[in-house]
Design a protein around this ligand. Sequence first.
Ligand SMILES: Cc1ncc(COP(=O)(O)O)c(C=O)c1O
Length: 431
Amino acid sequence: MASLNKQAELLNQVIQGTNSAVFDLLTEKGKAIFFPHQGILGQTAEAKGKKLNATIGMAYENDGSIMALPAMSSKIKLEKDSVFPYASSFGNPKLRNEWQNRILKNNPSIKEKNLSLPVITNAVTHALSVIGYLFADADTEIIIPEPAWDNYELIFTITYGAKISSFPLFKNGSFNGEGLKEKLNRSPSKKILLLNFPNNPTGYTPTEEEANQIVKIIGDFGKSNNLLVICDDAYFGLVYEKGIIRESIFSKLSAVSANVLAVKADGVTKEDYAWGLRVGFITFGIKDGEKLYSALADKAAGAVRATISNASNLSQSLILQALSAEEYELEKKEKKVILQKRYEAVKKILGKNQQYKKYFQALPYNSGYFMCLKLSGSLQAEQIRKHLLEKYDTGLIVVDNFLRVAFSSLPEEKLENLFSNIYRACEDINV
Ligand SMILES: Cc1ncc(COP(=O)(O)O)c(C=O)c1O
């Protein structure tokens, strides 16, 4: 490959010198990328505070305040300075710190030394895409339990050429540890494992015991192999049952082996009910990784700069003030209770309508926004979905041959009707 930029070389030296397993996980693009501390950004930083500063590509009023159109600024209560100027490609430093503190608070078994400062992205999809930029290329096999979120294909396969290799998420109603082990050990190619709990589309989160088993399998694999594990924690915190993991599986994976780099992709999108604000985070964790984090963050921020330059300052400032607001935790709890009640209503409906089993049964679910129905016999999910739209005014999503129900999006009292429509649609088609 063409010779690398000096700044990229310096980052690579740090990474390779600290942990060659992590260096080997990087793609060619990942090796080449760097954060341009020198150049425009460096020169701008050097000019900060000068009487005449004509460095930055933003516009200021004659009095030195940031320029903004009142048609916009009059609608926003936040200070103009925290809305209209560019944010850093790494993200607002206060928000990065605040999010790191929240990760530590919500995942108390993470050791601080096993956690980088998060880099801010344009929500979770972009976090995954930046991870793909750094670690996924045509040589890479991405192991993803199925069913899975369909956008992984666009992010990793279509964008970076990586090959998705799947195994069934469940075996006999539990997490399929055997399938995971078999997949990891099958071929000697470069591998990434992607785990998404609470899961889209099934709404599944592993039990404590299953999580320990997953970590053990990965730890054993890591004794003689390198691995990147992506924890897609988009639905973090939305768990509704006892005995399932409350912390992200990232907690344990960030300490499991110096050959296993764990990377957490999360954001405010789902867990803070802020889908359109587009703020997400990439956080690295690895055993004995303290010296790696700054170089990895530089690479991630370089990829952010190369793709979107930086995430919305307005969104970041809005979130930052919310996270430190007194009412935030309580409001968040109240919304979770609403989702939990819908989850419990679904369980009750399926429990009391045993006749539904003739046509469909739930895949294991205990968390998140969704649950999936497995259809009996030769029933085709797509045919039922269409029929539900046409005859029952009801919309669902088909994933593989499952019907995904977003109970997050319907009031509790409408759920009974939803499932009875699904039943009637199956009956119509089955005759
Ligand atoms: C599992 C999973 N990961 C990531 C995302 C993307 O989230 P964002 O809207 O923050 O990009 C979604 C959205 O549906 C999702 O279901």
